[in-house]
Structures are given as structure tokens and as C-alpha cells.
Design a protein around this ligand. Sequence first.
Ligand SMILES: [Zn+2]
Length: 266
Amino acid sequence: MLDETYRADLGDREPVTGLSHDPATGLSHDPVTGHPRPPRREFKARGSFTERCPGCNLPVLNCLCPYRASAESKARVWLITHPLEHLKPTNTGRLIRDVLPDTEVFTWYRTAPDERLLALLDDPHFAPFVIFPDDQPDYADRVVGMDAVEVAKHQGKVPVFILLDGTWRQARRIFRKSPYLDRLPVLPLATTRLTRYRLRKPASQSHLCTAEVAAELLRQSGDGEAAHLLDDYFDAFNVSYAASRRYEKIEQPTPAMRRLLAYRGE
Ligand SMILES: [Zn+2]
């Protein structure tokens, strides 16, 4: 069954056309003769695509659960997620929490900041950085580099990457309309990496999705193992979801999937 979120997610993929389908019997009817016909293969495939695994929320056709693996990291990730983003099965922010169990996820409401987030921002144990581009002059005095993350570690603090999880427009709104972020240092992600995300069309290949941003930050700040694991897990998610959209079952695990299975087997 398709709900509205799902329909939006499918984009241009409309159900099989040319047949009238009776949901009560599961039978299609020939549009010319009116005689019942067995359901077309695509129809069955589409049904299996819409069935989702309760563990990973991906279509059961290519479930992600066998590849789920967790790592430890010196830096942490807190997500401030736009409420509309939570509903999207293509959201990659949740992959970060699967790999790094200490990841915090907050829902952003403009008029009601999360009390727990405010308390954590005041905790001197943490050194939070807002990850955001440095393309506007009015906050140039708050922009820092990766060296500031090293300094925080030397001071015995836990560096925290605060990711604004939503579309670029939503992220900009969160950045601009959250006064509690105004005093935090802004860390732009400097990378030449291009996105591998296949599930949404990016405005530019240099626009990384949330999980890719986190993996790159972890890599640059010295959490190499967590970065590799998140990268592989993202890759498995990406490939699995894209294959399910084509109604294809992945028969042979990809190299990233094989690495995750080996890691889990250790
Ligand atoms: Zn699953």
C-alpha cells in the first residue's frame, strides 16, 4: 500500500498501467475483452517492494539488517533533523545512529527547542561544532577548521559534529532560526568528494548526503575505522534501496557488503 510519503518517494514510478486491477481478487482484467488475467509479474514485484522490514525500514526485497555493524569513535554526531525528514525512508541520518550508537537525534521545531539538546550544549564535557558551509559573511568570525577539533580533544573534550539533517533549504532554515546555535563554532566540511547517493537527485554532485558528510568528518578527524564502516554501510543502503526500486534482488553481496559481513563475523 502506498501512502503519500511513499508515493512522493517513488517519484516518477507509477504503478503498472494498461490493466485494470481488482484489489479484492488480485486479478487484472484485459482492458479490451474484460476477461480476468493473472497478475503481471511487475505487480507482484511491486507488492514485495512496498513491504518493509521492521528492522531497517527498507523494502524486504533487499533488507539491510544483515549488514548492520557498530563502531566506536572519539567524535560524536548529533543530528538536528527537520520533522519532514524523519518520514522519508531515503533519509540517511539514521544510518549514522546504526553505526555509532552514541549518536543523538533531535527533531527541530522552530518555536520549541529540544530541552535535552539545550542541556547537552551546556555540558562542558562536549565541544560541539555546527557543520555548515562558510559561504556567508555574517558569521565568518565563528568559522573554524579541523584543527579546532584537535584542540578540543587535547583539552579532554568530546568533539561533537552537529549535522542539520534536511534539504539544503531546510538546513539553512535550521541554522538561521535556532538561536542556541548562534554561539557555536561553525565547521565547514572541506572535501572534493562527490556524492554517491542514488536515491534523490542532488542539485550538485558536490552536495553530499547526511551519512556521507558524517563519514567524511569522521575520516578527517581521525576516526578512520568508524568512517570506513559508515561508508560501507551507506553504500550497502544505497545499493540495496536502488535495486529494490528496480524490483531487483541483489544475489551477490557487493564488496562493501562483504566487508561489513566480515567485520560482523570478527
Ligand atoms: Zn531489515
